[in-house]
Design a protein around this ligand. Structure first.
Ligand SMILES: Cc1cc2nc3c(=O)[nH]c(=O)nc-3n(C[C@H](O)[C@H](O)[C@H](O)COP(=O)(O)OP(=O)(O)OC[C@H]3O[C@@H](n4cnc5c(N)ncnc54)[C@H](O)[C@@H]3O)c2cc1C
Length: 507
């Protein structure tokens, strides 16, 4: 039987800077394998838009590997079953892949796979692909390790590979399933970014060449962010580009410092989930357990973009149609769900997870907790949905685009339509409660109440000691302004008083 090294492609859909592929190719015959796992795609955080991006990336990977002489073998099924079947035709000398910091499901799958491979005597070589460190003891020195990894020379794609000759064995390449075959519900997303490495390289180059010039100024408003932000997130999430090559390309062409800082955050947040996978499910600070509620009606209004808060609804609807929204608006959506609507971050976070084409569990769940104020170590930011609208959409262009019911409302009332008289509503062609909802809550009062409740928890006995332990385990060791540790701006740091654990910021 032919002896081969199987290279398992997961969230690393490229041949460039792919160490497992290079290492396997140095050792002998290679079978590149992608397993489309229906159970993974049946998880609540998965969606057809993510699958579409993934499938496009896999198609390109198929072409690239074919040109290297070894077509990608695609199998639909459960990974242990797929590998057992391959074993019927080939002798697997080793399994090669990148380390994955995924969701709870992939974590459990990897543990089961580790166990099975051991029983078969097959070594699994897992290689890091970002700055995330497996089995990390302490956070001390983490940033230095990130630097070291990012400084390594990206690996070129291997030359012609030694592969399993398809003609010699019954190993048909296999095809990609449709979203329907995977049981994914329809999920129209007309503005979705295209997948594949070529698209990723184009996005990177246009950002570093031209778009990134407006990065710092343009990243906060949803009107400008779509153009000025890198838009690399789905490519980093599915690994069509490697983190290292993006960092190095940015350094070579003088990309914005603030951009590189965010690439660092990417790994910083993922490290938290890598070190403590339960953070996907439970509050980082235990004092918040049970604080928030599950409220299907409020959740539906928020997730369908009908809270009656125009800017919030505009952001949610834009996200539905495009599969991406900028950081500030993600934070706003999460904050409104968590404070004003008092919804549990797991419920709102799950809706967002499905909607983000770039869903990356490590970043996502940590950010959800941070914006919901349950980490215990970050500033509690209660975004004011009206002020955010006035600041970032002063001419009302964004609201009118995404909430056409409000198109005729004069600018003076656009972000607060509930202040219109009935006569004004009629004149504007938008009667509240009929054409567009009345606000689901009085946002100012709801924010006040939420602040009090969260503050009450923070004053509880032992809160501080537990927060210190969380900071020790997960907090950034970097000092300086732009660390994600606190998310605290210069302005708010000044407000921090000695002995006060963390502060509230209304923005
Ligand atoms: C509630 C919430 C959920 C989020 N969920 C995700 C997610 O599932 N996947 C995801 O990639 N990002 C997530 N983010 C972080 C951030 O909003 C996106 O990374 C960013 O908007 C992607 O657009 P970009 O590639 O143009 O970013 P850029 O501003 O160009 O940044 C470049 C890269 O840096 C990383 N990055 C940027 N901002 C952050 C951040 N705050 N934390 C960690 N890494 C960052 C991303 O990899 C991004 O692609 C979330 C933020 C919030 C508030």
């Amino acid at each position: 039987m032919d002896a081969v090294h199987v290279v398992l492609f997961k969230r690393d859909l490229r041949v460039h800077d792919h160490r497992p592929l290079r290492e396997a190719a140095r050792r002998g015959r290679v079978v590149p394998l992608a397993v489309v796992e229906p159970e993974l795609w049946a998880q609540l955080d998965a969606s057809a838009r993510q699958w579409a991006f993934c499938a496009e990336s896999l198609e390109e990977l198929q072409r690239e590997l074919t040109s290297l002489g070894v077509p990608l073998v695609v199998r639909v099924g459960e990974i242990i079953g797929v590998l057992s079947q391959l074993q019927g035709h080939l002798r697997i000398e080793g399994l090669w892949s990148h380390e994955e910091t995924g969701n709870g499901w992939t974590y459990a799958r990897d543990r089961a796979l580790t166990h099975w491979l051991r029983t078969q005597g097959i070594p699994w070589h897992q290689i890091p692909q970002t700055g995330v460190v497996r089995a990390l003891g302490t956070r001390d020195g983490w940033a230095r390790r990130w630097e070291e990894r990012m400084g390594q020379q990206p690996l070129a794609a291997p030359g012609h590979l030694q592969g399993h000759q398809l003609a010699l064995a019954p190993l048909p390449p296999g095809g990609l399933p449709t979203p329907e075959e995977l049981g994914l519900p329809p999920d129209p997303c007309p503005g979705r970014q295209g997948g594949g490495r070529a698209a990723g390289l184009e996005v990177l180059s246009s950002f570093l060449r031209e778009r990134g010039r407006g990065y710092v100024k343009g990243l906060s408003s949803p009107l400008t962010a779509g153009h000025c932000c890198s838009r690399l997130s789905p490519h980093l999430a599915f690994g069509t580009l490697s983190m290292r090559e993006v960092v190095q390309a940015s350094r070579r062409s003088g990309g914005p410092k603030a951009f590189e800082e965010r690439l660092h955050w990417h790994c910083h947040f993922m490290q938290k989930l890598e070190s403590e996978p339960e953070l996907e499910f439970r509050d980082a600070h235990p004092a918040y357990a049970g604080l928030r509620i599950t409220d299907p009606e409020r959740l539906a209004a928020w997730s369908e973009g009908r809270t009656g808060l125009p800017f919030v609804d505009a952001c949610q609807r834009a996200l539905m149609a495009e599969g991406w929204i900028n950081f500030r608006m993600r934070a706003l959506l999460m904050a409104v769900a968590s404070y004003h609507l008092w919804i549990h971050w797991r419920d709102s976070g799950m809706v967002l997870a499905r909607r983000f084409v770039d869903y990356e569990p490590g970043i996502h769940w940590m950010q959800c907790q941070m914006q919901a104020g349950t980490t215990g170590i970050n500033t509690v930011r209660v975004y004011n949905p009206v002020k955010q609208g006035l600041d970032h959409d002063p001419a009302g262009e964004y609201v009118r685009r995404w909430v056409p019911e409000l198109a005729g409302v004069p600018l003076a009332h656009l972000h607060t339509p509930w202040n219109m008289t009935v006569a004004e509503q009629e004149a504007a062609g938008c009667v509240l409660g009929e054409h567009y909802p009345l606000p689901i809550v009085d946002h100012e009062q709801a924010a006040r109440e939420a602040r009090e409740r969260v503050w009450g928890v923070r004053k509880g006995p032992g809160f501080r000691q537990q927060a210190d332990a969380i900071q020790e385990r997960h907090g950034s060791r970097r000092s300086g302004l732009a660390t994600p540790r606190s998310g605290v701006s210069r302005r708010s740091r000044r407000k921090e008083s000695p002995g006060q654990l963390a502060l509230f910021e209304s923005i």
